[in-house]
Structure formats: C-alpha cells, structure tokens
Design a protein around this ligand. Sequence first.
Ligand SMILES: Cc1cc2nc3c(=O)[nH]c(=O)nc-3n(C[C@H](O)[C@H](O)[C@H](O)COP(=O)(O)O)c2cc1C
Length: 373
Amino acid sequence: MAGRRDVLLGLGGVLIGSAAAGTWRVRRMPVSAIAPWQSLSKPVADARLDAFRHAILAPNPHNRQPWLIQLEGTDRAVLSCDLGKRLPQTDPFDRQITLGFGAFIELAAIAASHRGLRVDVEPFPEGEPQPRLDQRAVARLTFRPDPSVRPDALFAAIPLRRTVRRPYGPLPIGALAQLAEPGVVLSEDPVRLAQLRRIAVSAMTLEMTTPHAHLESVGLMRIGAAEIDAQPDGLALSGPMIEATALLGITSRASLADPTSQSFEIGLKDLQQAIATIPAAAWITTSGNSRASQLAAGRTYARLALRAAANGTAIHPLSQALQEYPEMTKLYAQVHELLAPEPGQRLQMLVRLGSAELAPPTARYPLEAHLLP
Ligand SMILES: Cc1cc2nc3c(=O)[nH]c(=O)nc-3n(C[C@H](O)[C@H](O)[C@H](O)COP(=O)(O)O)c2cc1C
C-alpha cells in the first residue's frame, strides 16, 4: 500500500516539476471559486446583502450551499431550500442541510451586528416540513436597528474559518477552554475519546464502503481547479498532486468510486488515519429533533467553528455515525449511547478538534446565485 502511494506521489512530483519548468501547464488552484472570501471589505449599501455575503461562507454539508434568498421590502428576507441540493442518501431527512441553514443564519446575524442591526428569526413560518424539507420557507429574517446590539467579535473569524480534514496534533494547554459556547460539550477525556475514535473510524469506513452513500459523495467531487471554478460547490479535490494524477487519469470520479482502485484505497486510508487523531472533541445535542432545534444547533455549531478559527484550533465534523440511513443504525445507536443517552436526546453535531495547518478556503457560488428574482 505505502509503496503504491509513493508511486502516486512520485508521479505527481514528476508532473509538478514539469509544470514548474513550463513544459506542462497545470493550473493548480481555483480562482473565481474563492472570490467570495476575498471581496468582503468592499462596502455594500443594503445591510441584508452585506450580511448574506458573509453568510454564504458558512459551513454546510458537502458544501452544497442550498440557500435561496428572497428579499422582501427593505428589511426582510425569506430563506428557502434549493431542494435539488439536498443529500438524500446520507442525509435522508435533511437534518444536516437544516443545520447548514442555521450556520448561514448565525453568520448573517453576526455580520448584521456590525451594522447595529438585530436579526429576528422566525423559523419555518409556514410550519415545519417533515419528514423532508419542501418548498416552504426555512426562516423569515427581519433586520431591525437596535441600539442595544453590540458588534459580535466573532465577525473577524468569518473569513478565517475552515473545515480541516488533516491529521491533528495536540492542542496547546488551555486552548479547548477558549471554545466554550453555550450548548456545546467540550471533552479531552481520553477514555471517551478512545471510544469516539473507534466509532468515528468505523462509521467513516462503513460510509465509504456503502455504495449508495459513497456514490453520493463521489458525484459531488470536483477534481482539480478547472472543475472547482466551473462548479464551485461539493467536495473539492485540489492541489498539484490532484491536478497531476487527474491528468494521468489516476484520479477520476470512476476511480474514486471503485473500491478496488488505488485512489479509493488511498482516500480511505488517509481519512481513517486523519480521523483517528482526536486530541479533543465537541458535540451539540438537542432535546427532541424539531426543525427549529436543528436550526438552533446549526447556529451553535457556526459559533463553535468561528471560535475555533479565532484561536487557531482546527475543527472537523465527524457526521457519519449521526446519519440516519439504514446501514448506519448500529453505529448511530452507539454514538447516541455514548454522547446523548437521555430519552429523546439527539446528537446533532460531533467534531474533532486539534492543531493542524489550516486548509485553503473552499469554493462558493457568488451571492447573486442565491438571490431569487
Ligand atoms: C451539518 C454539517 C455536517 C458536516 N459533516 C461533515 C463531515 O462529516 N465530514 C467533513 O469532512 N465535513 C463535514 N462538514 C463540513 C462541510 O463539508 C464543509 O463545511 C463544507 O465542505 C465547506 O467547507 P468549509 O467549512 O471549509 O467552508 C459538515 C458541515 C455541516 C454544517
């Protein structure tokens, strides 16, 4: 295995060398896809659009960005879900997609606070869609001037936040305590972390070897800078090695889908190794599983992720065992027994935390792509 990986890395190295020498033109990093992270200092007159250009940088499942925005009057907006952007295989009840809406709303509210605005949120004003989301509104937001609103300090962390999937080293002493946030449980308990590691690695392995679940992710992989710029969502694979191996046909959607291929084997092993490093963990539970509680949990998660970005802690959701498709039933029960054992208690978010080099920003569609006419 290690030998084959070295071959792959070696081939990448040869091509990168050629590219550097100008003999092989490989464009390495996405450009337009990361523009939404870079234009935040330009003034925007409409406070709602200012809030939403920050909100589209929210963490969200598989980076599907399913947010549709209808501006109403001068101070309101209605959010709804682009239903084609849900994840029916791994998120059959749209629970995680709803959490992503919560994260979006929290970032909008944080940004609005810097303009002296309070955002009143009416979750699911036309009723809670069950068992799946539908075309009804996810939330109605009203932006109101409020002299008691203080600018939220997490604002500065919005452009710094990343999901980091690398192996993690230990956290500096005291770093975990800085992430304290109402609704979040933080843990460095080695016994609990060992149990979590076993569940998380098993769940990731199960997901990658369960064809319908894995194929959903593969279908959303964007391989190389050109694909990422053309379709700035989904799971981006970028960098010189990917460009090079994609050119050679070693990395392709077909190879990533094929459990007997080298790309699949390497991808699985890399993920298993990274996920096994859990220097600390955090989780968010709710009592019951209403849509409103999912939105609230997403808001809490966004605040945790921003706190992590602000103090340089790497954060990575481990959602596989929390997912509700039939093959995951056993691990779902185990993770709930461990972290959310009360009757009716629901584990909404589980992450590992540690030290790691930050990842580059991920792709985003521009704000205009989310605005309904
Ligand atoms: C509810 C939810 C669940 C997520 N689950 C996972 C996960 O299991 N594994 C993972 O690598 N990323 C997970 N993510 C992170 C997203 O994939 C990530 O936010 C998205 O790709 C955009 O990247 P960014 O966070 O770096 O901006 C999750 C995000 C949310 C909001």
